[in-house]
Write a new protein. Sequence first.
Length: 278
Amino acid sequence: MPRNRHNKKRNTAFLYEALLKEVTKAIISGDKKTKRTAISILKESFAPKTILSEELELYKTLLETKEVDNLVAEKIVFQVRQARNDISESDIVEAQNRLISRVNKELSSGVYSNFVPNYKNLATVSQLFSTDEGNASIKSGVLLEQKIVTSMMEGINTPEVPKMKPIDNLVFKSFVSKYNKEYSSGILKEQKELLNRYILSFSDNGVDISIYLNEELGRLHDALSDSLKTKEIKTDTTMLESTNKVISMIDGFRETPIDKNLVEDVLKIQNLVSEIQA
């Protein structure tokens, strides 16, 4: 019987996350060459309408869908598997080969050792796709599908957590049609940049916003770390504690899915840093 072993180099979502992690490491270490190279590989491999971009979207659908009932979850999994079967496996492998070749030649094999927090979930989806190619038993496929369905149902019966208050008037009523009217004045240049990139992220699989946020979070982290050395904050216990909490929040953001709430949090921190630097 064929063995359904997971090969991380054949897991499109893992390759994407590992490269994003490489960008983050390069930003933190100040390695501009590695940062440029990793970003170049990401943009080339996951540009809109590319084969890997299509497959990545299927991974995201299964991994990011939450709080749906069993029937809906099963329908989504069925549709995703159908869509995955419509993609040429040889085309996927060919695109992965090009990406892997660039990583090996222009970066290093160490990229594949980067820590990816949701690696187990990525592996589960990859193995499910592999069963559709006849590389595992029917039982294995059913068990993998049930595992994903269970994950998609998480939180369906838990009490709703109160949503955080929006940042003043920076409420996302419509990211496209009302953007200019809502956000064209009264906000910082970096906040406009973040909002613009978030709007565009809906059309490019979030590649650009992921890269941008890695850099912007690094900038905000450095600015707040530098502020800890100022007299105003060093001598104020409350401000010192609050600043350290925000720095910890930024560290946690790197492992948080990019959504409206995350963007709102970053907008707040951008405003805070601007006030500190004023």
